[in-house]
Design a protein around this ligand. Structure first.
Ligand SMILES: Cc1cc2nc3c(=O)[nH]c(=O)nc-3n(C[C@H](O)[C@H](O)[C@H](O)COP(=O)(O)O)c2cc1C
Length: 173
């Protein structure tokens, strides 16, 4: 499986970073960090390829590269709006446009509180196009007792919808 992860300038950059770190090692991972995201440390997973957010000519910018799934975690309202309008003026917005045109799995984790009506309209529009709108929302049934467990629950749910097997959280039984 080939996955592209974009990290944009919303609160929760560490969630995007951990999403990449917990991925199974057999997955080919490409990462792009928007200029407005906080600086992320180097990734421990050796299979990660980091792309410059301004490099529109990157491999992942083309549908022919053959990505299976794309995730933007966290997704700023700025990037959300660009994706909803079809603007692709940097690599994070371009990879989302590619996923849409190629009809591949696209997961957005919008992070804002509260959401404006504009953001909700953008999410609604994208959801009707099949985009997975999955904000970082805690499920208390997972009985998490630390921030790390809460984050693992959310990341595990993201993996579930993308079809990535995981045991990151306690499932309801
Ligand atoms: C400390 C800080 C926290 C921010 N948190 C959020 C956030 O949670 N959600 C959001 O949509 N924008 C947030 N922003 C604003 C975005 O960073 C800003 O809209 C930026 O243009 C997003 O650019 P990008 O989409 O290219 O990453 C934050 C900005 C700062 C400085």
């Amino acid at each position: 499986m080939k996955i592209v992860v974009a990290i944009t300038g919303a609160s929760g950059v560490q969630l995007g970073k951990k999403f990449v770190e917990y991925l199974p090692s057999e997955i080919e991972v490409h990462v792009v960090v928007s200029k407005n995201a906080l600086t992320v440390d180097s990734f421990e997973n050796k299979k990660v390829t980091l792309h410059d957010s301004d490099n529109i000519a990157a491999s992942i910018s083309s549908g022919s590269f053959g990505v299976d799934a794309t995730a933007i975690i966290p997704c700023s309202m700025n990037t959300l709006a660009k994706v909803a309008c079809g603007i692709s003026d940097n690599l994070p917005s371009r990879i989302a446009a590619v996923a849409l045109k190629e009809q591949k799995k696209l997961l957005l984790a919008p992070r804002e509180l509260p959401f404006s009506a504009i953001a909700l309209e953008n999410m609604q529009k994208l959801a009707t196009l099949g985009v997975i709108i999955a904000p970082p929302v805690m499920g208390y049934y997972a009985d998490a007792s630390s921030l790390e467990e809460m984050e693992k629950f959310i990341i595990g749910k993201w993996y579930d919808v993308l079809g990535i097997k995981n045991n990151l959280y306690e499932r309801w039984s």
